[in-house]
Write a protein that binds this ligand. Structure first.
Ligand code: IPM
Ligand code: MN
Length: 347
């Protein structure tokens, strides 16, 4: 029987609650789908930092490299460790080291879930550049603490980085409804964003079957609220994609429904699957976090591993659950009740 080795990184706060929930669903799915999952829990988190002085061991990346995929909960507990330390010590280095350059975030309403908009139907796939741009980490501070203090943080856009994420977006659009929206702010940022637009237009010639439109980020934010049904695949830089996908989460009913996949399309290193929501320390361990985003992220993991039928079973079980009204209204049902409903939906 095929066995996949999965690294489980529950991380902090509700990350722990939802990862266990997702794992129980994935294990059950594997059992009825002819493969097995071997999970290894790694305690890397802010608590780990307080004990060890780092978010993960020095050879953490090498440890993760031997897995087929990584399932992550959430990272961050600012009352214990500054976010700038915890995120740059665990989540962000994994995305970069494993060249998970495509962050895929689906936004659509699950059955029974009421979004805040009037719009009845939309199905958007946001593709966020995940390794460079505004998150490059290039910069510094001088004259710290004085009146002359200067802080510089430079966004880095490389031809290779921009071209590969756009190409990924074009391929996704081709496999879906054939529409690609490329998001920049090239009316104000005349170097990097004009560069991005040029690469978009250059690639468009290679994909005559894809209908491409360039949007500015501000106009795209309005469009996602006013006319989400007009969008198919949306490609954006790291920071723009970060912001747009919280907006996407909002229109799909809340962060409890927003799943994501950090994909290494070349498969030269493991990909990582995580809900878009954070660690939510205020509701950690109260048993009330919605596990649907984490379970959906688990389905994306199965899909990436090639277990398409199993991924479909998980999605169907999620949809049966929300259609029953369970987990569909933020804050109404407990984590365990939602998980139990998803498990029972397998029949
Ligand atoms: C996300 C998160 C992270 C990001 C944070 C926690 C660094 O907001 O995955 O969307 O900005 O990438
Ligand atoms: Mn975010």
């Amino acid at each position: 029987m095929k066995t996949y080795k999965i690294a489980l990184l529950p991380g902090d706060g509700i990350g722990r609650d939802v990862t266990e929930a997702a794992w129980s669903v994935l294990e059950k799915t594997a059992g009825s789908s002819g493969f097995s999952l071997e999970g290894t829990r790694l305690p890397w988190s802010c608590d780990y930092y307080l004990e060890n002085g780092s978010m993960m061991p020095a050879d953490g990346i090498e440890t993760l490299r031997s897995f087929d995929a990584i399932l992550l909960g959430a990272v961050g507990w600012p009352q214990k460790v500054p976010d700038s330390v915890s995120l740059h010590g665990l989540l962000l280095p994994i995305r970069k080291a494993f060249v998970q350059y495509a962050n895929i975030r689906p936004h659509r309403l699950l059955p029974g879930v009421q979004g805040p908009l009037r719009s009845d139907g939309f199905d958007i796939l946001c593709i966020r550049e995940n390794t460079e741009g505004e998150y490059s980490g290039a910069g510094g501070r001088i004259h710290q603490g004085t009146d002359n203090e200067v802080a510089i943080e430079t966004a880095i856009f490389t031809r290779k980085g921009v071209e590969r994420i756009l190409r990924f977006g074009f391929e996704q659009a081709r496999a879906r409804r054939g529409k690609l929206a490329s998001v920049t702010k090239s009316n104000a940022q005349k170097y990097s964003m004009v560069f991005w637009d040029e690469i978009t237009h250059g690639l468009a010639a290679e994909y005559p079957d894809v209908d491409v439109t360039s949007y500015h980020i501000d106009a795209m934010a309005a469009r996602m609220v006013m006319a989400p049904e007009s969008l198919d695949v949306v490609v954006a830089s790291n920071l723009f994609g970060d912001i747009l996908t919280d907006l996407g989460a909002a229109i799909q009913g809340g962060l409890g429904f927003a799943a994501s996949a950090n994909i290494n399309p070349d498969r030269s290193a493991p990909s990582m699957f995580e809900p878009v929501h954070g660690s939510a320390p205020d509701i950690a361990h109260l048993g009330i976090a919605n596990p649907i985003a984490a379970i959906w992220s688990g389905a994306m993991m199965l899909e990436h591993l090639g277990e398409t039928a199993a991924a479909g079973k998980v999605m169907a079980a999620i949809e049966t659950t929300t259609a029953r009204g369970i987990g569909a209204i933020p804050g109404k049902d407990k984590t365990d009740a939602i998980t139990a409903s998803v498990l029972s939906a397998f029949g």
